[in-house]
Design a protein. Structure first.
Length: 174
């Protein structure tokens, strides 16, 4: 039987005189994971894409071809009857979604729909702003008219004479 990827990595490391601690510090892979790789104990690894990334980083650090190391890893798993959880497989969602509606919509349809929505929102904002400004102008004119009417009523000669009389009685005017 040929050497497993774990044995190849360990032998390459030992040939170069590299300690596991050094690999761990440089690759940021836990020593226990490196030991699991060397012992071909992949159940102790986190699984999925992490296993492949750890093996790739380990092989690169000790000077082995990364692609060959990954092929050996996949072959080892196949020989054992284990699955190769590399994350490249398509996983089905357990939540019900209408995948056919999403995959059938073209980018052009999505763009046109987005433009229509933006146009509708812009028109609504413009209309609201226009209505607000118009109501402010109307309110301002109404207030101005009320002030003018008030001033006109208070400037009448009869009122002015009464006002002067009142001020004389209170001693404001000498």
């Amino acid at each position: 039987m040929s050497q497993s990827i774990g044995e190849k990595l360990r032998l390459a490391r030992e040939e170069r005189g590299i300690a596991l601690r050094e690999i761990s510090e440089q690759t940021r892979i836990s020593i226990r994971y490196l030991e699991a790789i060397e012992g071909d104990d992949y159940k102790r690894l986190p699984g999925g894409i992490f296993n492949r990334s750890f093996i790739r980083a380990y092989a690169k650090f000790v000077g082995l071809d990364e692609h060959v190391a990954l092929e050996d890893y996949s072959r080892t798993l196949r020989e054992r009857g284990e699955s190769d959880d590399d994350g490249s497989k398509v996983h089905r969602s357990l939540v019900y979604t209408e995948d056919s509606a999403v995959t059938n919509r073209s980018g052009l349809k999505t763009l046109i729909l987005a433009i229509i929505i933006l146009a509708a929102l812009s028109a609504a904002v413009w209309a609201g702003l226009h209505f607000y400004q118009k109501s402010q102008r109307g309110r301002g004119a109404n207030e101005r008219n009320q002030r003018l009417e008030f001033a006109a009523r208070h400037r009448s000669p009869a009122l002015s004479d009464m006002k002067l009389e009142k001020e004389k009685n209170h001693g404001f005017i000498a």
